[in-house]
Design a protein around this ligand. Structure first.
Ligand code: ME8
Length: 517
């Protein structure tokens, strides 16, 4: 049976339209999901929307809608984005669905049955924007002497009856979990933050609210709705059939291989979530990977600054694969990054048009003009031929290893190393001049180039799905032969096959108007 791979994005709040930050997390998951499918793994890739809580309730009120009408509309924006970005998610979960309400209540009951829930009263600070409780000593000074959450969000004083989760009792077990599973929270710097947070002591966590209504009712506790984070985290279980833990789907996919999240929500995923799961007798996820934060032209993205980057507008302007490439290549996955038009154009014209585009286009055009588009048969391989073929052949392993550790930027850097090697190889082998005196040698060089481009395109399928498919079509690689298991298969490029006329895959970006770039 194929190995499985369960990967999830955060489920996004439906208080607003999706921006490039939301697109980014799902994109990274899409690349990993596609890559694992190409490797022959059985993949479950989940994304969706987080639709309960005070923040969404307030956004609905501000829009003058009933919450359900509002969430139906806004959730659709995230589906539309997923289609536009060609995400290959296997499911799209919404927390207002009956399956999720059932799962959340079942998880609550399982945690309660373990003795980890008690009734009390919460009095303290709450940030609606973060949907999080804060202790006095966590607050920071804001303008006008007002205190704020460490995220900069406003806080309000809340006093209400509440159920609590005995998080304080989980400190040792969480620390032991991190110790025994060093890969469970990544990157390492984030893991260290989480460990020191937990080592500093944990307070019990308020997990129900009574001052508003928009949430999942706590079982057998009239007036209480679940804290939105307990509700939201449960989505990862709902989608694979919880509470039916005996189902084939649940058995196959839990624990998840990786929850990818932004660094802003690491604590919920790396501290609260494993504790909830362990309390309910379930295994914690194998990995939580927190990526960094995008700013725009050096500034925090915010509605008030008017600089929120709309992924649709980016795709309209630059095309889908260039946007996908930029987001994954520009910044090491895990680090913060800055989105700027200049950096985008630099990547498109440098890495895509000049380096990869040129390599593919000149190799294929030479086959077209010198060999009438018929893929030449290689003769004797020189040392330089063998070296390039070997480097291209080793790419699979290095790219797979990088993807395995969520180092998507490294995966691309590995591919581009070979792109660079191949461009240097063309320059030094000069097939355009060799063909005049030794057409057989020129044919061998072009075969080596075609084989190199095939390896590159095969490995780029997960990252740049449309462009890689076009490159493989131009190389005559049938759609049925594009799984990565085929990479090592010799003779996949069939000499003597008539190739279609090559078309450039990566156009240069030329600013339409002064200042547009
Ligand atoms: O937190 N840079 O939802 P959310 C990078 N519903 N990533 C960004 C980003 C930016 N500037 N802005 C947003 C929630 N993101 C909860 C999650 S999961 C059980 C519940 C991405 O709509 C990043 O992945 O606020 C971040 O963690 C997520 O969007 C937050 O989305």
């Amino acid at each position: 049976m194929a190995e499985r791979f369960y990967i999830t994005t955060p489920i996004y709040y439906v208080n607003d339209v999706p921006h490039i930050g939301h697109a980014y997390t799902t994109l990274a998951c899409d690349v990993m999901a596609r890559f694992m499918r190409l490797e022959g793994r059985e993949v479950m890739f989940l994304t969706g929307t987080d639709e309960h809580g005070q923040k969404v309730e307030k956004a609905a009120a501000a829009a003058g809608d009933k919450p359900q009408v509002f969430v139906d509309r806004v959730s659709q924006n995230f589906r539309t984005l997923a289609a536009r970005m060609k995400y290959t998610n296997d499911d799209f979960i919404r927390t207002t669905e009956p399956r999720h309400i059932k799962a959340s209540q079942a998880l609550w009951k399982a945690i309660a049955a373990s003795g980890n829930i008690y009734l009390g009263s919460y009095e303290g600070w709450y940030s609606v924007r973060d949907e999080a409780f804060f202790a006095e000593d966590e607050l920071v000074p804001g303008p006008g002497g007002k205190k704020r959450a460490p995220t900069g969000a406003d806080v309000e004083w809340v006093k209400e009856p509440s159920y609590f989760f005995k998080l304080s009792a989980w400190q040792d077990r969480l620390l032991a979990f991190y110790e025994q599973n060093p890969g469970a929270v990544q990157p390492d710097s984030r893991r260290n933050e989480v460990v020191s947070f937990v080592a500093g002591g944990l307070r019990d966590l308020s997990i129900s609210r009574t001052s508003f209504k928009w949430g999942i009712p706590v079982p057998d506790a009239p007036g209480h709705i679940m804290y939105v984070w307990l509700d939201a985290l449960t989505n990862y279980l709902t989608a694979i059939g919880y509470p039916d833990t005996g189902s084939a789907m649940f058995q196959r996919y839990w624990p998840a291989d990786v929850h990818v999240v932004g660094k802003d929500i690491l604590r919920f995923h790396a501290v609260y979530w494993p504790a909830f799961l362990m309390a309910a007798g379930l295994e914690p996820p194998r990995r939580v990977f927190a990526h960094g934060w995008w700013t725009v032209e050096g500034e925090k993205m915010s509605k008030s600054l008017g600089n929120v980057v709309d992924p649709h507008a980016m795709v309209d302007r630059y095309g889908l694969d260039p946007v996908r490439y930029f987001l994954l290549r520009e910044v090491p996955f895990g680090n913060d990054g800055d989105f700027s038009q200049a950096a985008m154009v630099h990547r498109i014209n440098g890495d895509l048009a000049n380096d990869l585009g040129n390599l593919a286009q000149r190799s294929l055009s030479m086959i077209q003009s010198y060999f009438a588009g018929v893929l030449p048969k290689p003769a004797h391989f020189s040392d330089s031929d063998r070296l390039l073929i070997e480097q291209a052949g080793m790419l699979h392993q290095s790219v797979a290893a990088a993807v395995e550790r969520q180092a998507l930027h490294d995966a691309l850097a590995e591919v581009w190393k070979v792109v660079g090697d191949a461009n240097r190889y063309v320059d030094s082998e000069k097939p355009w001049s060799v063909r005049k005196t030794d057409p057989v040698r020129a044919g061998t060089v072009l075969y080596v180039l075609a084989e190199t481009v095939r390896n590159i395109a095969m490995l780029l399928q997960a990252f740049l799905p449309d462009s890689a498919a076009r490159m493989l079509e131009q190389l005559g690689v049938p759609a049925a032969q594009r799984s990565l298991a085929q990479l090592g298969v010799r003779g996949q490029l069939v000499s003597g096959v008539q190739l279609p006329k090559p078309e450039p895959v990566f156009p240069r970006y030329v600013a339409e108007e002064k200042g547009a770039a």
